[in-house]
Write a protein that binds this ligand. Structure first.
Ligand SMILES: NC(=O)c1ccc[n+]([C@@H]2O[C@H](COP(=O)([O-])OP(=O)(O)OC[C@H]3O[C@@H](n4cnc5c(N)ncnc54)[C@H](OP(=O)(O)O)[C@@H]3O)[C@@H](O)[C@H]2O)c1
Length: 185
């Protein structure tokens, strides 16, 4: 959809994981500075898109419009448990139609995971915001993108036509930063 700007957000460990071996995002990957950055970005977004296990669970979450991927339905349906959410099965209908049904035709869409959902949009991000926690290791954890750890998250973003901008420090004590990876215009 030409009026939509697509942005991705993740925080990854030094070994490229977004969750531990139990497929849970552990406390050691949570940092106040990153949380503030992520919360502000989601507050600005017009629509949030995520898989069924990747709800951000923030104070403002009930106010946000969202599309939730699930195979529990064939195509698309309102979420009976949340008036601002639309359930979407991409095997049944297009992303454009999901946005339209969610009532969003222009503005910013924030893609927030999990790995398969990040992978689906790899050729569509205008900017992918890659937060990194270089002191955290999650051996046997859940890789942030399809293709990790054979390739690093940075190699995957570069292979999909994105280039890194300047990193911002989010937590100096733990070396946590966020780097915008932008698609060349
Ligand atoms: N570090 C970070 O920044 C970050 C970011 C995101 C997530 N996480 C963490 O990573 C873990 C994510 O878990 P996850 O791997 O289970 O990912 P997920 O994508 O959140 O959830 C997987 C579920 O989403 C649905 N889904 C995903 N892809 C689909 C597709 N192509 N078509 C239809 N439905 C699809 C399916 O739901 P149904 O079972 O209903 O069919 C699937 O079981 C969580 O612990 C989360 O907290 C961390």
């Amino acid at each position: 959809m030409p009026g939509l700007r697509i942005e991705g957000y993740v925080i990854v460990s030094a070994d490229g994981m977004l969750a531990n071996a139990d497929r849970v995002m552990p406390e050691e990957l949570k940092f106040e500075g990153d949380k503030r950055f992520f919360t502000a970005a989601l507050d600005r977004a017009d629509l949030i898109v995520h898989g069924r296990h990747s709800h951000e669970g923030q104070a403002n979450s009930p106010q946000r419009k969202r599309v939730v991927l699930t195979r529990s339905i064939g195509t698309i349906a309102p979420d009976p448990s949340n008036p601002r959410a639309t359930l979407w099965n991409p095997a049944g209908t297009s992303f454009e139609f999901a946005c339209e049904l969610a009532g969003v035709r222009s503005g910013t869409v924030a893609i927030i995971g999990g790995p398969a959902v990040f992978g689906m949009f790899m050729d569509r991000y205008d900017t992918f915001w890659l937060s990194q926690a270089p002191l955290v290791l999650l051996p046997g954890g859940e890789p942030c993108f399809p293709g990790v750890p054979r390739h690093s998250p940075q190699e995957i973003l570069a292979a999909h036509g994105m280039s890194p901008g300047d990193a911002q420090i989010l937590d100096a004590a733990h070396g946590v930063s966020v780097t915008p990876w932008r698609r060349a215009a």
